[in-house]
Design a protein around this ligand. Structure first.
Ligand code: GLU
Length: 418
């Protein structure tokens, strides 16, 4: 990740904040600096003991960006591209995301710069627990609540809960969300981000008078988010014509058998060897012929270089930051509708919030209740954003930023000046 990803995110923020006239409305608060400066950035060394007894040193991070609206909240990413700038940008987007869907959290993000996939299971557990040990006093159910992100999931959350309770002597399940259901996780959390993406696509498609049954879609990334979004689109009658993961891409203009593809990949087979599909260039997926494009991988998928070739009428930003700032205008100028990341992928943190609520009550909801409430939150947030966009004649991204910034600025002002 480039060094200036956070600076880019800040530049974008200033552009969206400009019409809100915050310095005049909140005088003497240095409000723009307040909203663009992380509260606290923790950067540390993690020494991992390898299975052969040797040691590997890597960098770990937790950036607690803003807690004006509630405790810090955000995922953990274990990936070689992780650095402080990326973690800071992701934490920044996190507090805007929780504000767009109006759940009572701030924003944070953490990670370790390591090729996590290459570690043995025992090494993965040691690394995750070491990370937790170092941050034991900085996280907690009322302070900062980690969750899954790229390369982390239920397994890692269970390890974190275990290490944290050993360290602190307190069995407080709400210290992390995205846990296994057997340890107090919420029903539906695993699917929540992809399901939320789908709910926002349903709303946007309706506004565009684009019937999902019979439409076509391309999905970049086939992890937890991409595969669930693809499956729900498939179930809605959309032809998913192309799918990619980090190793390659496959296409079938007649529509891929998505449940079959999920089973094929889950069985450990290469995506590109899926029967009934043709391999295609990984980057070609982004510019392929499809009504809906779902970038569900990492940042910077659509740049100024490939944006002019994007053919989709609707782009659903399932990943965080998949369109670079210089590509945003290129895409908007084509008349393509974009569901911005801070709205589109907020379903994950929304069900994280439900999990935290359930943990506080030790009373657990059935799956239908979780999904209904998720739908309410996502549809409500989408409708509010679409309303503001129509009123102010701006893009959904600008409207989402306006709503989020207003909510956080108001909370910051009400806290007082100390
Ligand atoms: N990592 C996810 C995100 O980027 C989920 C965060 C959470 O559940 O706290 O939104």
């Amino acid at each position: 990740m480039s060094q200036n990803v956070f600076e880019m995110a800040q530049r974008h923020f200033h552009r969206y904040a400009e019409p809100l006239d915050l310095p005049r409305r909140y005088p003497h608060m240095d409000i723009l600096s307040h909203l663009t400066t992380p509260d606290r950035s923790i950067a540390f060394r993690i020494t991992l003991q390898r299975d052969d007894g040797s040691l590997t040193v890597c960098r770990g991070y937790r950036v607690q960006f803003n807690d004006d609206r509630g405790p810090y909240k955000g995922g953990l990413r274990f990936h070689p591209m992780v650095d402080l700038a990326e973690t800071t940008a992701l934490a920044f987007w996190m507090y805007l995301k929780t504000a767009v869907v109006d759940i009572p959290f701030g924003g944070a993000k953490g990670g370790v710069s390591i090729d996590y996939a290459s570690l043995s299971l025992a090494e993965k557990e040691r690394l995750t627990k070491r990370f937790t040990l170092i941050l034991a006093n900085d996280i907690g159910p009322e302070k900062d609540i980690p969750a899954p992100d790229v390369n982390t999931g239920e397994r890692e959350m269970a390890w974190i809960l275990d290490e944290w309770r050993m360290m602190t002597g307190r069995y407080r399940r709400g210290v992390v969300t995205g846990k296994p259901v057997t340890m107090g996780g919420s029903q539906g959390r695993r699917e929540a981000t992809g399901r939320g993406v789908f709910y926002t696509i349903v709303e946007a498609a309706r506004d565009m008078k684009l019937p999902l049954a019979g439409a076509t879609a391309a999905v970049q990334g086939f992890g937890n988010v991409g595969s669930v979004s693809a499956r729900l689109l498939h179930e809605a009658g959309t032809r998913v014509v192309a799918v990619s993961n980090e190793f390659g891409a496959v296409t079938n203009p007649g529509g891929l058998d998505v449940p079959g593809l999920i089973a094929h990949v889950a069985a450990g087979n290469p995506l590109t060897e899926f029967p009934g599909s043709e391999p295609m260039g990984r980057d070609d997926l982004l510019t392929t012929e499809a009504d809906i494009l779902v970038p569900a991988a990492l940042e910077n998928a659509i740049t100024a270089a490939n944006a002019p070739q994007v053919k989709a009428r609707l782009v659903a930003e399932a990943a965080n930051g998949p369109i670079t700032p210089d590509a945003v205008d290129i895409i908007a100028d084509k008349g393509t509708r974009v569901i911005p990341d801070i709205l589109c992928n907020a379903g994950g943190v929304t069900v994280s919030y439900f999990e935290w609520v359930q943990n506080r009550q030790e009373l657990y909801w059935p799956i239908d209740e979780v999904n209904l409430r998720l739908r309410d939150v996502m549809v409500g947030a989408y409708r509010r954003v679409a309303e503001v966009a129509a009123r102010d004649k701006c893009t959904l991204r600008e409207a989402a930023y306006h709503i989020a910034i207003e909510r956080v600025a108001e909370a910051a002002a009400r806290r007082g000046v100390q």
